[in-house]
Design a protein around this ligand. Structure first.
Ligand code: SF4
Length: 361
């Protein structure tokens, strides 16, 4: 298959690994942002091909993993109400809130539905005018255009029984938060290619310059990732801190203007809490004033969020690259995909789930 098989080619991967080994003269630590990249790295053993001096740590780019417990509790509270249909992507249903998850609430009789597109939630609302239909809108810049489009469509079609519970996050402020942390050990980033298909690469130039950090826009196949690592290593070894885009079969420098237009119409940037990390200023989307009447948190009287419970889950450290999943004491024992203690063990993009699936034992 063109544009896929050649990026999984074992000989090409070995050539890149050899080039990385030849380029390295000292230890370097780099972070892949996206959970999809983490899964590819662990699944294909990309990290095992690297010389000892290169350490890969895994970033916060798993949207389900960074959705705060308070938002999940709010979704659960809404789903339990009579006359409500709560919709979301499948991954979100198994993520634990304070006491339970949406799948358990569904099993107990609530009308919780998995959708593949937020626009499907609008269709459900139009087909059920006597119900309140809420879409739990989570994700990074990749899902934001479709989620914005669903709200825009609901406004244009005048669908009064549709609303969204928004927990959208943005990549560049998260990178800055990691780089500003006193515990930071990341010296280069592999940026998430799919985010850049929406946003372009322009947001990364000021970050690379301010923090003197190489940022390489990287795809999701093993050869893509090894190519990204090689380019990052060459920059680090040469003392350069630039934005490079080897994933140019997909990503352009310019943003997708159509996507930006709809996102700019429906959303505005605001402070956002990240699960396990805390609030990062100006790091998420919320509904713009003209669309606030679609905000489920405004429409429904929700209980105040309880104080955060103590838990042994160390997802915040995993998501910031401080801890590897297998270094968490609960990994594979008290925390498994069947009985997860934290979101990174649930999600298809979660680092703990990747290690459990491909690296256990
Ligand atoms: S292994 Fe489980 S408890 Fe540990 S950080 Fe990952 S999700 Fe949390």
């Amino acid at each position: 298959m063109k544009y896929l098989d050649e990026y999984r080619d074992a000989d090409a991967a070995r050539r890149y690994a050899d080039a990385i080994a030849a380029a390295v003269t000292q230890p370097w630590t780099m972070m892949e942002i996206c959970g999809g990249q983490t899964h590819a790295i662990v699944k294909y053993g990309v990290d095992e091909l690297l010389p000892d001096g290169i350490t890969l740590v895994h970033g916060p780019g798993c949207p389900v993993c960074v959705t705060p417990i308070a938002k999940i509790d709010a979704a659960i509270e809404l789903a339990r109400r009579p006359n409500v249909i709560l919709t979301s992507f499948g991954d979100m249903l198994r993520v634990p809130g304070t006491e339970t998850d949406l799948l358990a609430v569904k099993a107990a009789g609530a009308d919780v539905r998995m959708v593949y597109s937020p626009v499907d939630a609008v269709k459900i609302a139009r087909a059920n005018p006597d119900k309140e239909v809420i879409f739990f809108a989570v994700g990074f810049e990749t899902t934001a255009p479709a989620n914005a489009m669903a709200v825009y469509q609901a406004a244009r079609l005048d669908v009064p029984n549709f609303s969204v519970l928004v927990s959208h996050v943005l990549v560049p402020p998260a990178i800055e938060a990691i780089l500003s942390s006193p515990t930071n050990r990341v010296q280069a980033f592999l940026a998430a290619g799919h985010v850049c298909t929406v946003m372009g690469t322009g947001e990364y130039y000021p970050i690379a310059e301010k923090y003197h950090v190489p940022i390489v826009v990287t795809g999701f196949e093993p050869v893509d990732i090894l190519q990204g690592i090689l380019m990052a290593v060459r920059q680090l070894e040469a003392g350069r801190a630039e934005v490079e885009n080897p994933y140019n079969r997909v990503v352009r420098t310019e943003a997708n203007e159509t996507a930006l237009r709809i996102m700019g119409e429906v959303f505005r940037v605001g402070d956002r809490e990240w699960r396990g990390i805390g609030t990062i200023p100006q790091s998420g989307y919320e509904l713009a004033p003209d669309y606030e009447h679609f905000d489920a948190e405004r429409r429904f009287d929700l209980s105040p969020a309880p104080p955060a419970a103590e838990t042994e889950c160390q997802s915040g450290l995993v998501l910031q690259g401080v801890l590897k999943p297998c270094d968490c004491p609960a990994f594979g024992t008290r925390c498994t995909p069947d009985k997860p203690l934290g979101a990174p063990m649930v999600s298809n993009e979660g680092a703990c789930a990747a290690y459990y699936r491909y690296r256990r034992g």
